[in-house]
Design a protein around this ligand. Structure first.
Ligand code: FAD
Length: 489
């Protein structure tokens, strides 16, 4: 049995803790904040409840798996429902569209609203699933940094199908050659933002992402997204994992190139194994000795961040669903502003998540809780106070234009999150939502591995390491790190 110290209780850190504790190790998690969950946070204001971070829950089986591994019934801890309507889309010219859980029905609705061929759309959705399986064989389930990954049977299957992945085209080019209507192209290009990337730069391989929503489904947890870390922490504690909250790690202790402990203001703790769920940049720059830094991996471009307004709204909008998108009139200019000028575009794409559509208790009667997200560059010292002000005005004007309302009259409480706050609350470099961007075809290989022989007894989990950001991939990072631990043992 080993003692294990983990820096950070994001979703990846909690999953790693559960897996290691189940294997019989004694795990302690150190968390700088007063509550676990990292980017999954909660805000309550005057009868409105908001999940402050993720709003879209896909692949819930990856959460269930952790309970099953512990011999528990996940439904005793955590429940969720599949959403019959996935997303409502709005354009300035009054084109509107809803996507549904059934891919066939979605293809028909898209064909009708966007004058496309339903069979082409249906085929695209199904091919996304086939490509997903190829990518997951190659990239998602195992370390990319072990020879055995590249010589496995799964990998051989992946190589044989590599040509299907569109590595040499951008996502936008692939969509443009497939669909007639620029709105359809825009709709599918949007999936690049699911890992904080730019569809005009990211390889077409990322068109696997729609598979998660259209073929596997969009889910909503009972009690909100915050119930994902809450339920997992409950399980972890029952298994014996110790959580030390409000205890920021100041140093990961090393002897030569072997990690052997953790230092905080409260004390020095020896561990056989150390893991970091904190972003790689602060992990290396603040916690580890300089000679152990892999500089080329730390300087990769970051994914997008976001400005999020939490608005308590004093009425109900029947035309809106749980997830809603109001598209920019010039998508290319929006991504150029974010990734090239590191700025905001003045006609941004606006995402509105309203959990009170399915969880009535999240807002007072006859009211709605709006989580309004605009993609933004990672923090590099922009004048965020003035950007937030102009962004708020632009967003309200856009919603007013499309819905024919005066939104200011309906906002009764508000708060916001911006790249600076995300950075200071979760230590993510630049407040990036998903670690590094995937804006080039080699991005997967430039992500930090889950284990480096250069630092023995130390493992890496979370959105800034392999296989990437987003809840499902962070959960996978924990699984891969444990596999590597077993191989090293
Ligand atoms: P993090 O959540 O990054 O947590 C790291 C933890 O480590 C933090 O709690 C931090 O306090 C702690 N820590 C750091 N340094 C120290 C230290 N020195 N000592 C102690 N503790 C430390 N994903 C989706 O799947 N769907 C979505 O819809 C979605 N939307 C998003 C919207 C927003 C606004 C944000 C912010 C993120 C969104 N994401 C979404 C991304 C998702 O939230 C992240 O990829 C994921 O939660 C990151 O988990 P993690 O394991 O990397 O840990």
């Amino acid at each position: 049995m080993s003692t294990v110290g983990i820096v950070g209780s994001g979703i990846g850190g909690i999953a790693f803790a559960i897996r290691m504790q189940i294997m019989g190790h004694a795990v302690t998690v150190f968390e700088a904040n007063e509550r676990p969950g990292g980017k999954l946070g909660l805000l309550a204001m005057q009868g409105y409840r908001f999940d402050t971070g993720p709003s879209l829950f896909t692949m819930p089986q990856l959460v269930d798996e952790l309970f099953q591994l512990a011999g528990k019934n996940p439904r005793d801890y955590f429940n969720y429902e599949r959403l019959p309507e996935i997303c409502s889309y709005f354009w300035d010219d009054q084109t509107r569209l809803k996507t549904l859980e059934d891919p066939g029905e979605t293809a028909s609705l898209m064909a009708e609203a966007l004058q496309e061929d339903a069979a082409t759309i249906y085929r695209y959705i199904k091919e996304a699933g086939e490509k997903y399986n190829i990518v997951s064989d190659l990239f998602l389930d195992d370390s990319l940094h072990k020879l055995s990954t590249w010589t496995s049977k799964k990998a051989l299957h992946g190589y044989a199908n590599l040509h299907k992945l569109g590595l040499f085209q951008t996502m936008h080019q692939a969509h443009k050659s497939k669909f007639k209507n620029p709105k359809t192209v825009q709709l599918f290009d949007r999936y690049a933002t699911y890992n904080g990337s730019d569809p005009y730069q990211t390889p077409a391989t990322l068109s696997i992402i729609p598979h998660l929503e259209y073929n596997l489904g969009a889910y909503f947890p009972k009690g909100g997204m915050i119930e994902i870390p809450n339920a997992l922490v409950r399980l972890a504690q029952e298994l014996g994992v110790q959580f030390r909250l409000n205890e920021a790690v100041e140093k990961i202790r090393t002897h030569g190139n072997v990690a052997n402990g953790i230092q905080t203001k409260m004390g020095v703790y020896d561990f056989d194994i150390v893991a970091s769920n904190a972003d790689i940049r602060p992990s290396y720059k603040q916690l580890l000795p300089e000679n152990l830094r892999p500089s080329h991996l730390l300087n990769q471009p970051k994914s997008s961040s976001g400005i999020i307004f939490y608005w308590g709204i004093n009425r109900v909008f029947e035309e809106l669903g749980v997830h809603n998108i109001f598209f920019s009139k010039d998508y290319r200019a929006e991504f150029e502003a974010i990734f090239k000028q590191e700025n905001l575009f003045d006609d941004p794409t606006v995402y509105i998540h309203i959990s009170s559509k399915v969880a009535k208790e999240d807002a007072p009667d006859g009211c709605e809780n709006w989580f309004v997200l605009i993609n933004a560059p990672a923090n590099s010292g922009q004048d965020w106070d003035s950007l937030i002000q102009s962004c708020r005005t632009n967003v309200i004007q856009k919603i007013n234009r499309v819905l024919g309302i005066n939104l200011e009259d309906h906002i009764v409480v508000e708060d916001y999150l911006d790249p600076r706050r995300i950075e200071s609350r979760t230590s993510s470099a630049g407040g990036a939502l998903y670690g590094n961007s995937s804006n080039n075809k080699f991005a997967a290989f430039l992500r930090h591995p889950n284990y480096r022989a250069a630092i023995k007894n130390m493992y890496w989990i979370g959105g800034s390491v392999h296989p990437g950001g987003g809840i499902p991939l962070c959960l996978s990072s924990a699984k891969i790190a444990v596999k590597l631990f077993q191989e090293n043992a």
